[in-house]
Design a protein around this ligand. Sequence first.
Ligand SMILES: [Zn+2]
Length: 631
Amino acid sequence: MVTPRRREGRQDRWVSRVTDTRRSPYARVHAVSVGAVELLEGFWEERTRANRETALGGLDQRLTEHGVVSNFESGEHQGYWFTDLDLYKWIEAAAWSLAGHPDADLDARLRAVTATVMSAQRADGYLNTAIGPEEQFRRLEWSHELYCAGHLVQAALARSRVSDHDALLDGARRFADLIAAQLGPEDTPVTDAHPGIETALVELYRETREPRYLNAAIALAARVELGGDAVGITGHAVRAGYFAAGLADIALETGDAETIATLDALWISMIEEKAYITGAIGGRWIGESVGRPFELPNEGAYAETCGAVAVVHWAWRMLARTGEARYADQIEVALHNAVLGGVSLAGDEWFYANPLSASDVPETDPWEVNTFAQDMAGPFPLARRPWRDVTCCPPNVTRMLASLPGYCYGQSDEGLWVHLYGASRVRAAGLDVEQRTVFPWEGRVELHVAPAPGADPDVERSLFLRVPSWSSRTVVAVNGAPWSAPPVPGEYLEIRTRWSPDDVVVIDLDVRPTLVACNPRVAENRGSVTLRRGPVVYCLESPDNPDADPLDAAVVVSRVGEISVQHRANLLDGVAVLRVPGRVPTTDWGSLYRPLADSVAPERDETLTAIPYYAWANRGPSAMAVWLRRG
Ligand SMILES: [Zn+2]
């Protein structure tokens, strides 16, 4: 049913933006509709196809089998108390998928699931299958009620932005009204200890222009203690990321200087002290938390997949306010490594913890005392699994990938912004742009630019090309001639002109393999290096290196110039591998410790083969290492 509200103010039929900041006073660059972007044959098309064709249906089945759906139908609650949000994330994923890929069966399934969800809504608007009427909002420290509510609102917004089916949004608004009325007032001191409601309420405000939602988001966020003058990202990683994303949303609406200063402090502490090279955050298992500065263990990394998704959401909102490329850089890193590593290539199994090294030696706990850890990651050797009772990560990756087209570009009054490189086509900001490229496997990107049908060709429009911070030598040419302004790594290059149908912009990104060192304060990475090519972080995995154990192989750093790139179409769904001059020990150390004078072990040369980190653990149990000994 199309309500009058939806007919008003709609310039195009489906305004399927992941965030709709067009009327946000402090937004610099806005989202492009998910449905306005078509991924063409290539890297992201392949990864999102697996997501659409395998992950979506598979998760639907598993969520059903494990009672997550039937919890909305019966009084008998199965599973953890927060599983409602997993269904909401699945709904959001399915909705974004429909934006670019209409699917009558999926649409019908969404209508049925929506009816099931709404059947559990109480008369006052409250909706949570694990919380009884007398317990509503009474145990927010652990109940995850608002966290679940936030995902309901986000799912409902996504659904309403890709179709005329508004039933979920109507229900979500009633719940949001209850939350705003009961928890919004200034003298209500509580909020959910698991953020997620803040971004949702701000986005609901953007959709409806009802100030009570924004005010409630501001009030709820203000109740979180941030550590006074020593603000830095800390505590539970996923919560920290979602909370920061919520603050960034609030800043887009209010421009509040204190909020922006807090956001800057949080961001800098993440980038300078607490982010993995893969873009993941949250190295510490205890508390699933970010930990102290430079606490970035490899094999012991927690690095929950949801944390990386939260980083993308946070960075996206920082990018929206500032138009600064450093935020898009971090989105690119997190997507190509930490997020993508959370799901198998086939789209049927998931990691919860994402270590940066792994032993293939089996390990079991004979007393099974640590069942939580066993469920999250173990037993060792680590493997992605089709199901975990804590199911936050799988549908989170799925909604991220389903909405990915909406993160590739941006638009502003000046024109179109290219945030992510990859074969795709977009119509937005008066321009039609097609990226022809095999990025990230090669650095050359051809952009065919033309005025969109109906757009005045005499109007100058800008094309903003992100020059990634990792691309130290970038060449940009417009119709074969170098562009007048030089590309600066870590900034957008603005090309402003009157576009004609045959215009071609070429950006040649520097994807030479690079050795990266780590701040020596990260204890586990002392004396180590890793390999990166463009945004893709590499690792050694045992199946490619039968004569070298990734855990003690060394990279001969003096021979970095000899690292070669090989395209392997039949390996891991098609990847570029790196062939790296290395050295491996010819004998075991034989003991744990030795006098320094006796510590030089004989070694031999060995050419190592490195694969993209995201593709590891797709060939059975294996040993893997991102950080390698420096030889
Ligand atoms: Zn998770």
